[in-house]
Design a binder for this molecule. Sequence first.
Ligand code: GLN
Length: 546
Amino acid sequence: MTKYVFVTGGVTSSLGKGIIAASLAKLLQARGMKVTIQKFDPYINVDPGTLNPYEHGECYVTEDGAETDLDLGHYERFLNTFTSQANNVTTGSIYQTVITKEREGAYLGKTVQIIPHITDEIKRRIKLLGESGKFDIIITEIGGTVGDIESLPYIEAVRQMQWELPEEDLIVIHLTLIPYLKAAQELKTKPTQHSVKLLSQEGVFPDIIVCRTEMPISEDIKTKIALFCNVKIDAVIEARDASTIYEVPLLMMQDKLDQIVLKKLKIENDSVPNLIKWNNFLTKLKFSKTKVTIGLIGKYVELQDAYKSILESFVHAGAINDCKVTIQNIHSEFITAENVCEKLTGLDGLLVAPGFGHRGIEGKITAVKFARETGLPFFGICLGMQMAVIEFARNVLNIKNAHSTEMEATCSEPVVDMMEEQKKITTKGGTMRLGSYACDLKKNSLAHQIYGIMQIFERHRHRYEFNNKYLDQFEKNGMIASGLNKQTDLIEIVEIPNHPFFIGVQFHPELKSTVENPHPIFVKFIEAAKKYSQAKNLETADLKQS
Ligand code: GLN
């Protein structure tokens, strides 16, 4: 029998419901339980695939090709398990299902309403994962803040489920903020009292209150929160700001969040959470012996959430390499042939990020040229790989008009072109080449050395591809295709064997890096950056001596 944990948020957004949900899931998983997390987003878009990264950060793609909220990335990175389409639900997708059913005549004669039709569909989606029988506990994060008009149907669905299920099968955790007023030198509980009151007015009574705070919460404050929010003191959990998100499971364990959840769900489990791998990772992360600086070239660099998975992949790869990775964000729009040297000197590796559209393209191409010519370790992801292809065509093969038809539809030398199957698609949203595809590696290539196996599976999100018409020319001149999807003949990886580390991948390896399983390309890229940095330091030392 599956049990349900809901996580709601109060007072303000961005309190880290996703991290709290993932941390709780990690602790329960470490006790041997089967847990998954799902996210409900109260916006009308059917999925976040059509959202600009400035609006909603990175779009996270699952194995089965769903374009989802970036919190699913946290779930996978913490739990080291895959999520799927069913783990992310939006208001748009709920309404789409209900309206489609209405058009099919499923509610014939009835007025279709928020209650019961929308709430029934929400409940069906909540229970869908549970029906697979694969999970002991499903943690559902309700996006937005309590009191928002948009989240009302979700809170109502939780209320109904609370009424329908036995008490020990469903609990609600409310995450709230306890602000610290510097002038008064006091932590304030009033906003929390108000948000719990609001939630109660909507019919949902939280079982556990998790308090985000900058300062430690005293027993007195806990008692006050407990009294006004109608929970026992042991159900008031302190969530202090942590130096890294990966520390949060340990903080939650210290304050016994997992124990109170198990108690309330009446689950007997006195095993000690097995966090050996997790703790090893944290130790390595905190006590790194070396450091490298990686340049991240993108056009959304001012918004860190736009490259969330890439940044986290560097954290994982850095830890395993005993190396602190500092990311230097470089806006591609501001790189020119004149300033590239000044902008990129001092880096130990260069990553050109994924993206869409032509803004900042020439800056990316200029940056790739610098890395190719100077031997700086280079890693291009999706659009980053396509830029490497264009750069090589223009500057090595001397095809001056080389471009992608994404940027120049009538380009005379389309070294990157739209995939054949994409040409007939006119609608947006879920229509790119999405999800996991096989890729066969070329024996003894850099890709083969990195993965150590001949066939890999990676996730995709793109419409354009390397144009195979030019392959011969590329390979004869030093850029080879080392990864191929045999079914479609799509080139998934390019590399320059005559360079210390130069790889471009059409897929998104950052989506599969987890704490316990850092992605091999990121790991080897950091290894190459370390080597590059050591060689650089030796050179400087030599120069000083002579
Ligand atoms: N815009 C490119 C394409 O659609 C690259 C996409 C990406 O970087 N995710 O092929």
